[in-house]
Write a protein of this length. Structure first.
Length: 407
């Protein structure tokens, strides 16, 4: 997988390197997206390999070299000649493939003789390459003659010249013809951004829009996982299908199971000083459970974030959410009334706070009712609902949510 930086790319003044390393990661992401698209076309008995036999390979079918470049594909461009050199390697079994593909974001140069490559016969393709080689060889010979006449040391051949000499060596002609019989050049391939957009439009219609990016990131993470890389970077039809099914189940528009929550990410944004004055926090502080504030705040954010995302994606409807909150409030009030019976006659403040803390922990540990029918509803979410209820000020003070076991 190759990439180049645009000549007008800018860098921050304090950049530690004379190049933008993000381009390397974009190039890898681009290659992985190309691999993903090939995976969707795999038959049950097929596998895809990354880097082992080239950039993207489906044994017995196709081998694709992927180039993310911004300049034109000219007659002497190394992307063309180096790809041929790779396919000429003695260990590369070119005859086992139906198609050898050079896929590049480049367009053919305005004067390129390579235009129309895919419509030409192998013999016509060879003739074009010979014209390119002879023209460049003639220029190099004239340059060498001038240098000799001037008494200068002969120039080293350029990279392009070296590649052309290797590829056009008569000793490799039979192998070259085997390549030319199968070679396809795909120019003007979609950019990284265009490829992502097309992937979303083509494959993610059943997925909640807010989870498009997460779906793609998770799928690319699977494709480039250390497990696959260490085992040879082979992706089977089954492994890919299973992963897509798993992600679809997690992020589908009408999920059956409770959606995943980035608890670690949410936890980083909790600020105790900000939440301390809030009603739900004050109701925890008044029973002496201040040490639970951070966890309670996290659970509240889990509930808030999950509900907000599901609303945005059109998965939830307000009546169903209101009913869940109402049911949890009702069960909480009955549980509190039962716990308060055990505190009749208790006047010791310490005892009342201790019993209230026990009630707090018991309520946080009770069995979780599925939220709007979602299986495996997280206890962190349900406990977060408690804290959202504790924020509310109802018209009837008897409906107010409390942890304390005194009036």
């Amino acid at each position: 997988m190759d990439t180049t930086q645009s000549p007008d790319a800018t860098q921050p003044s304090d950049a530690p390197f004379p190049f933008d390393a993000t381009l390397l990661f974009k190039a890898l992401q681009y290659q992985l997206l190309v691999a993903v698209e090939h995976c969707y076309d795999l038959k049950p008995d097929e596998s895809l390999w990354l880097e082992v036999f080239g950039d993207v390979t489906v044994p017995g079918n196709s081998q694709t070299e992927v180039k993310l470049y911004s300049d034109n594909l000219t007659d002497s461009h190394s992307n063309f000649w180096n790809t041929l050199k790779n396919w000429l390697h003695e260990k590369f079994v070119r005859t086992s493939y139906k198609r050898l593909v050079l896929l590049t974001t480049q367009e053919f140069g305005p004067q390129s003789k390579l235009k129309g490559w895919n419509k030409r016969t192998p013999e016509e393709r060879l003739a074009i390459m010979e014209k390119i080689f002879n023209a460049n060889h003639g220029k190099a010979a004239k340059k060498a003659a001038k240098e000799a006449e001037a008494g200068d040391d002969p120039s080293e051949p350029s990279k392009s010249q070296s590649l052309q000499h290797y590829v056009m060596d008569p000793r490799r002609r039979q192998a070259l013809m085997e390549i030319l019989e199968r070679m396809v050049i795909t120019t003007g391939a979609d950019s990284l951004e265009q490829r992502i957009e097309k992937y979303q439009n083509r494959h993610l219609k059943p997925i909640r829009p807010s989870k498009y990016q997460q779906f793609i990131d998770d799928l690319l993470g699977f494709i480039s996982s250390t497990k696959l890389v260490n085992e040879g970077w082979q992706i089977t039809h089954k492994a890919f299908t299973d992963k897509v099914s798993e992600l679809s189940s997690l992020y589908m528009k009408h999920p059956k199971t409770f959606p995943p929550v980035d608890i670690a990410g949410l936890k980083k944004n909790i600020d105790i000083n900000e939440i301390r004055p809030m009603p739900f926090a004050q109701k925890i502080i008044e029973i002496g459970a201040e040490s639970e504030l951070k966890l309670a705040a996290l659970h509240r954010v889990v509930a808030q974030t999950t509900i907000s995302e599901l609303y945005t994606d059109g998965v939830l409807f307000k009546p169903a959410v209101d009913l869940y909150f109402s049911n949890e409030l009702t069960m909480h009030k009955y549980g509190r009334k039962a716990a308060m019976l055990d505190c009749i006659g208790v006047t010791c403040t310490t005892k009342l706070k201790t019993d209230s803390q026990k009630f707090y922990f018991q309520r946080n540990g009770v069995t979780v009712e599925p939220f709007c029918g979602l299986q495996n509803t997280m206890p962190e979410f349900r406990n977060g609902v408690y804290h959202l209820l504790a924020e509310e000020t109802p018209e009837d003070e008897d409906d107010e949510f409390h942890w304390r076991l005194w009036l």
